[in-house]
Design a protein around this ligand. Structure first.
Ligand code: NAD
Length: 491
């Protein structure tokens, strides 16, 4: 292993030559390499081995052995596991800046966003789940037919955790923090686009002294992920990624009757009620998190903006001014609000949707092209479409870029109907100065989460989607329960 630098550039190309398996750095079984390309410059900034099926087999074997020895992890008193989770949180904290810089350099996340989320969320979750598991008490119930029943919460086993590139550290922690608290062991497969931060996580796990095999990390592509999903020695799959991949994974898990959590795509609604505050000086930050954060590459963003007919033009003007004011630039520059798309292929996809929006009659009020003077990276201007209805392709499909569509509605009931007229149901927001009215509208939107005048997934509350946005929940006590089997002991 080479030392990890804070902000990789083409001149300090970071290379790794092994995988973290069974508490050791193990040589890869294959000869392929994953090349990490900077979305800011198009230059290579890192290179790691590409995991193959035999690497997954070794990682699963290590995780299985660690799980099956109750003295290693799964059978430890909860307080001991909780202490280990806190140690890992401390090790992650001590690498905060490196995590933020590595993620930003690989996927184009603005460094300010990476510093506030990727560098902070994982340790926060570890501490939260350490507290929950340490506080979990025996559940003894008076039996109705005499005797008592002990309801045990046992760790579900070996977990295959598959993570996307957009929030690689946070979304890995959504899985490993509750899984480790419960007593599970894991094989984590990061996305090929974001592998360097996964090595930093492995270093933190090693430094925290977690027992060998409890956490194993093998970067690789979709075949490697598919092998992990169907591996006979896995007990549960936790997946975040696209709906298309989630459907394949669900099919495999259905055939194997294997528990699976699926956090998939979204096309959420930002519902602006007619009494909403629209002053950007007041709402700008919250609006950014809810609609454009991470260059639009965030699953829960409300990219369908529903505006009342009476204020339609005003909403379009405010959003256009907002999107047009964004500082676009190198993701590692602290002044940047919108960085590049994660890959050249992904930018093509986003630009394809912009072309489609135009072809279907949408009117671009701001953006629509590439920013001047940023020709080396994969940049797209934040773009607002007006004159779009909810049947347009760009209103129905997930774009995963900084593209907002403003759709007009007649009444609150109409807004709810349009919000619900979607294949997805992950997030969304309601903007209003009347709390009761906003809550009433929010309660009628079919979605796993929703915000009122703000949106941020909170560790204490279940996060996930309905319809094609997925199945199951992460975070909160429910996220811990997803890694526990219930066993009733009749005594
Ligand atoms: P992706 O589905 O292409 O890949 C996600 C991960 O799954 C990667 O590690 C990939 O290698 C792996 N993978 C792909 N196909 C697989 C298969 N058949 N079997 C096993 N593993 C497979 O998604 P992406 O492009 O990396 O991420 C973007 C998508 O993730 C978007 O659709 C976004 O909405 C979604 N996402 C959802 C949430 C959520 O919590 N709901 C959060 C973030 C991202």
């Amino acid at each position: 292993m080479t030392a990890t630098t804070a902000a990789p550039t083409a001149s300090n190309n970071i290379t790794h030559n092994a995988f973290f398996i069974g508490g050791q750095w193990r040589a890869p079984e294959g000869s392929g390499r994953i090349s990490v390309i900077s979305p800011n410059s198009g230059q290579q900034i890192g290179e790691v081995p590409d995991g193959v099926e035999a690497d997954i087999d070794a990682a699963v074997a290590a995780a299985r052995a660690a799980f099956d020895d109750p003295s290693a992890w799964s059978g430890l008193p909860a307080s001991e596991r909780a202490a280990a989770l806190i140690r890992l949180a401390d090790e992650i904290d001590s690498r905060k800046e490196q995590f933020a810089a590595l993620v930003s350099a690989q996927n184009g996340m603005p460094i300010t966003v990476a510093s506030q989320l990727e560098a902070v969320y994982p340790a926060t979750l570890l501490r939260y789940y350490a507290g929950l598991i340490a506080a979990q008490t025996d559940d003894i119930r008076e039996g109705m037919f005499g005797g008592v029943v002990e309801v045990r919460r046992e760790p579900i086993g070996v977990v295959g955790a598959i993570v996307p590139w957009n929030f690689p550290q946070t979304l890995a922690a959504f899985k490993y923090a509750p899984a480790l608290a419960a007593g599970c062991t894991l094989v984590i497969k990061p996305s090929p686009e974001t592998v360097l931060d996964a090595y930093l996580l492995a270093e933190a796990v090693e430094a925290a002294g977690l027992p060998a095999g409890v956490v194993n990390i093998v970067p690789g592509g979709r075949e490697t992920g598919a092998h992990l999903v169907s591996h006979p020695n896995i007990d549960k799959v936790a997946f975040t990624g696209s709906t298309a991949a989630g459907q394949k994974i669900a099919e495999t898990c259905g055939r194997l009757l294997r528990p699976v959590t699926l956090e998939l795509g979204g096309k959420s609604a930002t519902i602006v009620l007619d009494d909403a505050e629209l002053d950007l000086a007041t709402i700008g930050n919250d609006l950014f998190v809810a609609t454009l954060a991470n260059n639009g590459q965030t699953c829960f963003l409300g990219t369908r903006v529903l505006a009342p007919k009476s204020r339609y033009d005003e909403v379009v003007d405010v959003l256009s001014a907002f999107a047009g004011s964004m500082a676009i630039g190198d993701s590692l520059d602290p002044g940047t609000q919108i960085g590049p798309m994660s890959s050249a292929r992904h930018r093509e996809r986003v630009e394809g949707y912009i072309a489609k929006g135009r072809a279907e009659g949408g009117r671009i009020t701001v953006g629509g092209g590439r920013p001047d003077g940023l020709d080396d990276g994969w940049f797209v201007q934040p773009t607002v479409f007006a004159g779009i209805d909810n049947n347009a392709t760009i209103a129905r499909e997930e774009i995963f870029g900084p593209v907002l569509s403003v759709i007009s509605y007649d009444s609150d009931a109409d807004a709810v109907a349009i919000a619900n007229d979607s294949d997805f149901g992950l997030g969304g927001t309601v903007w209003s100065s009347d709390a009761d009215r906003a809550r009433s509208v929010a309660s009628r939107v079919r979605t796993g989460t929703i915000g009122i005048n703000r949106y941020i997934p909170d560790p204490v509350a279940p996060f996930g989607g309905v319809k094609q946005s997925g199945m199951g929940r992460e975070l909160g006590p429910e996220g811990l329960a997803a890694y526990q089997n219930l066993k009733s002991v009749y005594r």
